[in-house]
Design a protein around this ligand. Structure first.
Ligand code: GLC
Length: 750
């Protein structure tokens, strides 16, 4: 261990400054003189990408073999925090085996647009789901004495110009959409590190954004860990140090430590600020030290089996007319290069050197014997697709059922750039049409990191299986689902729209040069589609099973109060498996504020539970809602508030199938702004006392005239101070002073 207090007293200023930068691409800085070792950090969210030695100059070269688990968009579709916890424990074991102290993940940014090149690396368009899943994996990793880095804080929702782009989002949008997943995981797990993003937020780079790094993260959420920069995200080291950034990675050697020393000596950085940053670095090193002494290994087969289980649970069955599961004696053919050359992970800093990779073609042949295969299309534009298509038609025509695998090539979605459309490659779609023309019994399997439009796919698919980027064991997992060895239980963690243009961010993505306006506000993903009554191809939370379920017996028991800060509700429902196969259902709870003073989403996910139910059996599910489930962020109060009124608690299998609802009426202190001279006439008339005071003045001024509703409709939006200038209204400035004083006296008297 390290005696941090003693070390802070013994470290020289240059040594302290050096500690606030890394010593190389993947290591913190050692101070041999005082027995402070360096610790290693390394990617990535779904498998280790640890480079041997110091790493290469951009840290993207070869890495040691590791298990490649399903990427975030895949594993999020399992809606299972406990599964993520188990994956976290496995990742930690692999980190311990190479003496790695901190794993740089998970990525929990919101999927504002389906075009973001890194969406494969993020969980969802919904902050509640992303937060719950992040808690699972961070808890799992840290439970084995290895650290994490929750990233990228904050609002890093595009790859376009990601180091310079300025995200312009109002406070409520940030608080309700882009911060909650970070807030949830920070408060629940105290991740060893939080990684700040490259981009700006409202004019200030995240790495020097005091509001994000200190006010919100530390002072409001109570974060006590370390803030590390994204690699290269520190643009002004001293400003970043003052804002709350503890560790710059990789180091700007020869510049940053010297700048820190100079700033302290010039009195621009108080010594205690530097000490606070150094203390955080030393505490991280202390936590990371035990791993350095380990001599452990991991069971690659066991982790591969977990990767296969996880990928199977992540698969979303979007359509099935009964063709699935395949009969054991089905005469099938397989078409699609991705069945032979698996597409199982994303490109960039999360890319893993897998211990092994399963191909769907091999896995199906292991069950069905010799299965004819045709590539059907080339990956990239090099292949002669017409010949490949002809071969696919021949193979498909001779089979009973065709399993066709299509998806996004690695060149279509990646860290570092965004997509410009949601289409699958044209050569793959033409191959699908050709195959379906000779054999209508087609099962389509999708392998893609982020959603694609399916209008040209669904008509040709008797069954449609979304396998995402399922990791090194995806081939086996897909075979498990197609053959029925696994009953699919995945649910969409991101909406599949009919068209890109239907997405609420469309007009503002990726924005203008170096600036992007989050004009859709809180209405991202299903919040946007639902608010606009937009039809979608497959809604958020959707997924089929080989069995069927029925929900019944909804009970909602509220407790506590808004005034007491402990409003809550216990939601209970019974899930019955009405089919012939064991399966798992994801019960989803959405909350709707029926009447609100601000524009709120039609419904928001505020609770879920995945439950396994045997064929013919029933299980009772209980889901707890806290006060936050009813709240919105008030930009006037700068806090979470709940308005009195009715709330609908809606429960069902997905966001657009919520058969069970119950309305609860919530009492809450008034949130109305105090009435004053600048309040509008309508605001005065909406308040019982205000109306009484206004009408008393009007009656005093004009025996018969009373403000009738029609008149108020017309002039109601005018501030009283303006109306007082109008003669003949009898609400002159003296009258306004009288009623303002009276209102204040009587309400303060309450
Ligand atoms: C990258 C990524 C980040 C990663 C880091 C180290 O640019 O944005 O997610 O952890 O660099 O590779």
């Amino acid at each position: 261990m390290l005696d941090v207090d003693r070390l802070l007293g013994e470290l020289t200023l240059p040594e302290k400054a050096a500690l606030t930068s890394g010593s190389s691409f993947w290591y913190t800085t050692p101070v041999q003189r005082l027995g402070i070792p360096r610790v290693m950090v390394s990617d990535g969210p779904h498998g280790l990408r640890a480079q041997p030695g110091e790493g290469d100059h951009v840290g993207l070269g070869g890495s040691v073999p590791a298990t490649c688990f399903p990427t975030a968009s895949a594993i999020a579709s399992a809606w299972n925090p406990d599964l993520l916890r188990r994956i976290g424990q496995a990742l930690a074991q692999e980190a311990r085996a190479i003496n790695l102290s901190v794993i740089l993940g998970p990525g929990i940014n919101m999927k504002r647009s389906p075009l973001c090149g890194r969406n494969f690396e993020y969980f969802s368009e919904d902050p509640f789901l992303a937060g719950e899943l992040a808690v699972g994996i961070v808890d799992g990793i840290q439970s084995r004495g290895v650290g994490t880095s929750v990233k990228h804080y904050a609002a890093n929702n595009q790859e376009t110009d990601r180091l310079r782009v300025d995200v312009r989002a109002d406070e409520r949008t940030l608080r309700e959409i882009y911060l909650p997943a970070f807030e949830r995981v920070v408060k629940a797990t105290q991740p060893w590190t939080v990684m700040c993003a490259y981009n700006k937020v409202n004019g200030t780079s995240c790495s020097e954004n005091t509001w994000l790094l200190t006010t919100v993260l530390r002072e409001e959420w109570g974060y006590s860990g370390l803030v590390v920069s994204d690699w290269g995200a520190v643009y002004h080291r001293v400003a970043a140090l003052l804002a709350g950034l503890d560790l710059e990675m990789p180091p700007a050697l020869g510049r940053s430590p010297q700048a820190v020393v100079a700033a302290v000596e010039a009195g621009k950085v108080p010594a205690e600020v530097l000490d606070a940053r150094v203390r955080t670095v030393l505490e991280l090193v202390a936590k990371g030290m035990p791993v350095l002494e380990l001599d452990e290994s991991f069971d690659a087969d066991e982790h591969h089996a977990l990767a296969r289980e996880a990928a199977g649970e992540s698969i979303v069955l979007l359509r099935n007319d009964g063709v699935l599961p395949l009969a054991a004696d089905a005469r099938i053919a397989v078409v699609g290069e991705f069945a032979r050359t698996p597409r199982f992970q994303g490109t960039g800093s999360s890319q893993v050197n897998p211990t092994r990779v399963d191909a769907l073609l091999d896995e199906l042949r292991a069950v069905h014997g010799e299965v004819p295969f045709a590539a059907g299309y080339g990956i990239g534009s090099t292949a002669d697709d017409s010949a490949l298509r002809a071969e696919a038609e021949r193979v498909a025509g001779a089979a009973d059922t065709v399993v066709m695998v299509i998806g996004l090539p690695a060149a279509d979605e990646s860290e570092g750039f965004d997509r410009t459309h949601l289409d699958l490659p044209a050569n793959q779609l033409s191959a699908l049409r050709a195959v379906a023309a000779v054999n209508p019994d087609v099962v389509v399997v999708l392998v893609n990191g982020s959603t694609v439009v399916l209008g040209d796919v669904t008509p040709h698919a008797r069954a449609l299986v979304e396998a995402w980027l399922g990791g090194q064991a995806a081939g086996g997992a897909i075979a498990d689902v197609l053959t029925g060895a696994v009953n699919p239980s995945g649910r969409l963690a991101e909406t599949v729209p009919h068209r890109l243009e239907d997405n609420s961010s469309y007009l503002n993505f990726p924005g203008d040069p170096q600036v992007v306006r989050y004009g859709e506000g809180v209405f991202i993903g299903y919040r946007g589609y639902d608010k606009c009554h937009q039809d979608v191809a497959f809604p958020f939370g959707y997924g089929l099973s080989y069995t069927s379920f029925e929900l019944s017996g909804l009970r909602v028991a509220t407790r506590g109060s808004v005034a007491g800060g402990d409003l809550g509700a216990t939601v209970t429902v019974t899930v019955t498996n009405t089919g012939a196969l064991d399966g798992a259902e994801v019960v989803q709870v959405y909350v709707q504020d029926v009447q609100s003073s601000v524009a709120r989403p039609v419904r928001e996910l505020k609770g879920f539970a995945k439950v396994s139910v045997p064929a013919g059996g029933s299980r009772q599910v209980t889901i707890e809602l806290d006060q936050r489930a009813f709240a919105f962020w008030s930009t006037r109060h700068h806090d979470w508030v709940v308005e009195a009124g009715d709330f609908t608690i809606a429960v069902g299998p997905h966001s657009r199938d919520l058969p069970l609802t119950e309305t609860v009426t919530v009492e809450a202190p008034s949130l109305a702004a105090p009435l004053d001279r600048d309040s509008t006439l309508q605001e005065w008339m909406n308040d019982p006392l205000g109306r009484q005071l206004v009408e008393s003045e009007v009656k005093n001024g004009q025996p018969a005239a009373v403000l009738d509703d029609e008149l108020v409709d017309v002039i109601g939006t005018m501030p009283m101070s303006t109306l007082a200038n109008f003669t003949g209204m009898s609400l002159d400035h003296d009258a306004l002073d009288r009623i303002t004083d009276a209102w204040r006296e009587q309400t303060h008297a309450r």
